[in-house]
Design a binder for this molecule. Structure first.
Ligand code: HEC
Length: 116
């Protein structure tokens, strides 16, 4: 019985950490659901869509240097529809779906993907 009690406490603690997930975790989840299907949870673009559309690896220093915060923001808001190196590249505009604070958070997340 004592053991069961301890197990229940452990399960309860786990549940509590999950339901009061920190901002970082929420942000990672937003990234995964809005960006991850193409760019990958890790931003490397190693997804089916990423390969098909020739998506760049966001974690490289070159990428991080090329894309300013402003440019990332603009891309999230306006999306992409273009052809590059013979590949059609499409990314949906999200300015109607996300608010300014959410977009800022995603820019921050993109920065956090940089190789350390
Ligand atoms: C439907 C697939 C798809 C989704 C979802 C998606 N992107 Fe993209 N994204 C692309 C493609 C394709 C490109 C162009 C290839 C590249 O530059 O890597 C791109 C490029 C970018 C670029 C570089 C801009 C440029 O001109 O190349 C940024 C920044 C970016 N995406 C951010 C995001 C963020 C942040 C999200 C989530 C809010 C997101 N993307 C969601 C497909 C997607």
């Amino acid at each position: 019985m004592k053991k069961l009690g301890l197990t229940l406490i452990a399960v309860g603690a786990l549940w509590a950490t999950n339901s009061f997930a920190g901002d970082d975790e929420k942000l990672a989840r937003m990234w995964k659901s809005k960006c991850g299907s193409c760019h990958g949870a890790d931003g490397k673009g190693e997804t089916k869509q990423g390969k098909k559309m020739g998506i760049a690896d966001m974690t490289t220093a070159a990428w991080q240097k090329e894309f300013t915060d402003e440019k990332i923001k603009e891309t999230i808001m306006k999306g992409i529809s273009r052809e590059k190196n013979g590949k059609q590249q499409d990314m949906d505009p999200l300015e109607k779906e996300l608010d300014a604070a959410q977009i800022d958070q995603l820019v921050k997340f993109a920065r956090s993907l940089a190789k350390k």
